[in-house]
Design a protein around this ligand. Sequence first.
Ligand code: 5GP
Ligand code: ZN
Length: 122
Amino acid sequence: MSHDCLFCKISQGEIPSKKVFENDEFFAFHDIQPAAPVHLLIVPKQHVTSMQQVTENDAGWLGRMMVLAARIAHENGCRPGPQGGFRLVTNSGLDGGQEVDHLHLHILGGERPWSQRADQNA
Ligand code: 5GP
Ligand code: ZN
């Protein structure tokens, strides 16, 4: 846990959020400024700054986070099948458009049109 980190505080329940899922490893919640009809964020509970820091040792939980993302998407309004679907985004570093320095996966979905922001950096 990093004491100055917004998403550490949210995933520990110290700052309120609209939670959609929690287990020992992950916390998922609604983005405060949705860029699509469904806009959720999944974070690992351990503090990892971004995809720039991950190594081979992180492959397990990163894989579990991707699998969880598909499940959470479908449980929270993303439509199934090729006509539905969702977009997963993880911005990393300044050049990647990252604003909150705790690795997170954006889940974007719902019927289009979405805001342009959702197709740029969410
Ligand atoms: P990034 O630009 O780092 O990939 O995305 C950060 C996301 O976090 C943005 O979409 C922003 O709306 C969201 N966000 C920032 N502060 C808060 C907050 O306090 N609560 C929630 N739920 N989302 C936040
Ligand atoms: Zn953190």
